[in-house]
Ligand binder design. Structure first.
Ligand code: 4NP
Length: 155
């Protein structure tokens, strides 16, 4: 059965939609069949497309995020997904607090699967364009690291 992965940030308009698009593209490159989705811990942007700055930056690297609409993390997510991957420590803490005690999903920091020194994907919302490029660099590393982990696990 295809593993199910939920990428989680705060607004679901910058980091986690980008992580959804990047992970989808990199899984396809490796021929891995995964179910991939994203959500936010906050509800401010529910129903919105990704932030225009992220659409542009990701589009420049060949990732099309235009189909994504923001949604909030919900209780069924903790049962339906195998992995909930948080973009920063605050998202991680929020997920652990929301998680029902009988959940079976793994709740992890996305960048813990990458080799880099950074554990958190910083929120680019209030910053400039460089922040969006940096987020995509980190997400590309996180996606490769996470897919390596899945491949090792199933080897
Ligand atoms: P994200 O970025 O969590 O990467 O989607 C944010 C988007 C919106 C807000 C915060 C972070 N906001 O406060 O509206």
């Amino acid at each position: 059965m295809a593993k199910k992965i939920l990428l989680v940030c705060l607004g679901n308009i910058c980091r986690s939609p980008a992580a959804e698009g990047v992970l989808r593209a990199k899984a396809r490159e490796r021929g891995l069949e995964l179910v991939i989705d994203s959500a936010g811990t906050g509800a401010w942007h529910v129903g919105d497309p990704p932030d225009a700055r992220m659409l542009k930056t990701a589009g420049g690297r060949g990732y099309d995020l235009s189909y994504i609409r923001a949604r909030k993390v919900s209780m069924p997510d903790f049962y339906e997904f195998d992995y909930l991957l948080a973009m920063d420590l605050s998202n991680h803490t929020d997920l652990l607090e929301l998680a029902p005690p009988n959940r079976e999903c793994d709740i992890r920091l996305f960048l813990d699967f990458a080799d880099g020194e950074t554990r958190e994907t910083p929120d680019p919302y209030y910053g400039g364009d460089a922040g969006f490029e940096n987020v995509l660099d980190l997400i590309e590393q996180g996606a490769e690291g996470f897919l390596d982990h899945l491949e090792d696990e199933s080897a």
